[in-house]
Design a protein around this ligand. Structure first.
Ligand SMILES: *[C@@H]1O[C@H](CO)[C@@H](O)[C@H](O)[C@H]1NC(C)=O
Ligand SMILES: *[C@@H]1O[C@H](CO)[C@@H](O)[C@H](O)[C@H]1NC(C)=O
Ligand SMILES: *[C@@H]1O[C@H](CO)[C@@H](O)[C@H](O)[C@H]1NC(C)=O
Length: 541
């Protein structure tokens, strides 16, 4: 039953693309920076322009201040020179002139204003490209997702270390960067605002301890303070049932801001609760339930599994050169690694070239739109699928057509319209993932059937990039995961020979921990394959 529900949701992001191939529409406006790494990279350009503006502002302001200082030093020198007496008519004249006109010119100079205005204009210029509140929240949720799925400690993350307690680091960046107190506060606040005190406590604790360390110094860019962190943290602890800690944090708050009435009232309230013994019911905090609760543990265990633990641990699995009876493959056979027999999953190494991968990414780039999922008969965005995707018709480029030919040769299946969908190119975002789902429809109402060519019999997923960490494809029930192998193609049957969905194919795209993950999906439908993959002799097959 659970499988059915998952399948409907995950069945098809495809639909729109099948008929409305974007060719005539203008490229979409940039939005949802966090949901594709291509958009994150795009944001770098906006910041570069802002940097240039700030540099000329600093230069202009420095010369303005230098001029001010020169005037100050000139006048100051006169005042300190006992020989410079106003008995000298020239000095008397210049004093009178200075007071009448030089000082007002200096004081009312609008140079500062015009420098500021130029800076403001610079920000307005890139306004369209600036991430919105939704982007920032999405980015904060991405960090919490990485924290959860890879069991990373918040303290480690904040100091730039991607590590699970007692394990080697999952990712060691070339340059270690850490988060500021204000950064941590923001992540905690996103959790706090949704009533998720499990995450808000961890992040606000980190914010508070960083703010304590730097108390007294102040960053122009910070929007929050130690007081804010203590205030939100105290309330989070209160909501989690830990009244005594809420009390001690509120008392700490009052040391910095003794006149705060609201917090004083809270202190009184907390004391009373502790005295009467009501509310001392702190149970260990639970992570908020996700939509995929039943398979969450298995999913996360598979995502955390180190690379290189795929296939090959079983003796009957192995690697082979395959020509599959196709003349197309005679001179250059496919390099197949059999990953699993039930469900049947194979990884074809060097399925495409670097140049082809770049071409496909380049073709899809301008058309990327936030990926949707099928929810009943509708399609919508969902937190459990963070990526942008675009559809490429085989007529888009010879590379796309060649890919179709190669897939047909390797799989032996018929890809001619309407037996297969267009190529879906996906770029994952910050912490981008796709939680456990089926590719095939598990409900007759699925939008997938509108193609009138049956269910999705097989999937071929081509890795167009490598990633530095994370992003494996995890088969939940089958209990294995396949890491990202650049230029390789992963193939599996979604349906059994009898046409029923294969429940063992429940799979997920693990969150990308570091890197820019691109894949291309080709979904092949049942119709057209009747003689290419006939039923077995056993109806249960
Ligand atoms: C409340 O939180 C503090 C700090 O995390 C912890 O040391 C203490 O054990 C907690 N108290 C209860 C009752 O859970
Ligand atoms: C989460 O799910 C578990 C198990 O289904 C349940 O016991 C618990 O009450 C749920 N928690 C919330 C906050 O819904
Ligand atoms: C999945 O595989 C791992 C290691 O290969 C094993 O330790 C674990 O018990 C398996 N889980 C299930 C549910 O079979």
């Amino acid at each position: 039953a659970g499988a059915g529900a998952l399948g409907t949701l995950g069945a098809l992001g495809a639909l729109g693309g099948l008929w409305a191939l974007l060719a005539l529409l203008p490229p979409p406006a940039p939005a949802e920076t966090f949901s594709a790494m291509l958009s994150v990279r795009g944001a770098l350009g906006a910041e570069r322009r802002l940097l240039r503006r700030l540099r000329s502002y600093l230069r202009d302001e420095s010369s303005r201040l230098r001029r001010l200082r020169r005037f100050y030093e000139k006048v100051q020198a006169l005042h300190q020179d006992p020989k410079a007496s106003v008995d000298n008519p020239l000095l008397a004249f210049s004093l009178i002139k200075r007071l009448h006109s030089d000082w007002p010119s200096i004081v009312y100079s609008d140079e500062a204003t015009s420098n500021t205005q130029a800076l403001h204009a610079g920000l307005r210029e890139v306004e369209q490209e600036l991430p919105g509140a939704e982007d920032l929240d999405g980015a904060a949720r991405a960090l919490m997702r990485l924290q959860d799925v890879y069991a990373l400690s918040v303290k480690g993350l904040a100091s730039g270390v991607f590590q699970r307690a007692g394990h080697p680091p999952l990712y060691s960046p070339g340059r270690r960067v850490s988060l500021s107190a204000d950064d941590c506060f923001h992540v905690g606040k996103v959790a706090y605002d949704t009533g998720d005190y499990y995450h808000s406590i961890a992040w606000l604790e980190e914010a508070a301890s960083l703010f304590r360390l730097s108390y007294g110094s102040w960053n122009l860019e910070d929007r929050s303070s130690l007081e804010d962190a203590l205030d939100h943290l105290a309330f989070s602890y209160f909501m989690a049932g830990n009244i005594s800690h809420a009390l001690s944090l509120s008392r700490e708050f009052l040391r910095y801001d003794p006149s705060n009435q609201r917090v004083s009232r809270n202190v009184a309230k907390y004391k009373k609760l502790l005295e009467t013994g009501t509310g001392a019911s702190a149970s260990p905090l639970q992570r908020p339930n996700s939509t995929r609760l039943q398979s969450r543990d298995a999913y996360e265990e598979l995502c955390q599994r180190p690379r290189g633990q795929v296939g090959l641990q079983l003796l009957h699995l192995g690697c082979s050169y395959e020509t599959n009876g196709s003349p197309y493959l005679l001179l250059q056979p496919a390099k197949k690694e059999l990953v699993q027999i039930q469900p049947y999953v194979a990884l074809y190494h060097d399925f495409i070239t670097d140049a082809e991968a770049e071409t496909i990414k380049g073709l899809a780039g301008p058309w990327l739109q936030r990926s949707v999922v099928a929810s009943g008969e509708k399609q919508q965005k969902a937190e459990y699928r963070i990526s942008k995707s675009a559809w490429l018709k085989d007529t888009a480029d010879p590379v796309v057509r060649a890919l179709d030919t190669r897939i047909a040769a390797v799989t032996g299946l018929d890809l001619r319209p309407p037996y297969a969908e267009y190529l879906q190119v996906v770029n994952y975002g910050l912490g981008g993932h796709y939680e456990p789902h089926f590719d095939h429809a598990t409900s007759r109402k699925s939008p997938l059937y509108r193609m009138k060519s049956g269910n999705r019999i097989a999937t071929i997923m081509i890795y167009l990039s490598s990633v530095e960490a994370g992003g494996s494809t995890a088969f939940i029930y089958a209990n294995f995961s396949v890491p990202v192998v650049k230029n390789a193609a992963l193939f599996w049957w979604n349906l059994r020979r009898n046409g029923n969905g294969d429940g063992d194919t429940l799979h997920a795209g693990c969150p990308v921990l570091a890197g820019d993950k691109w894949v291309a999906n080709k979904w092949i439908h049942e119709h057209g394959q009747e003689f290419r993959r006939p039923c077995g002799a056993d109806p249960q097959d």
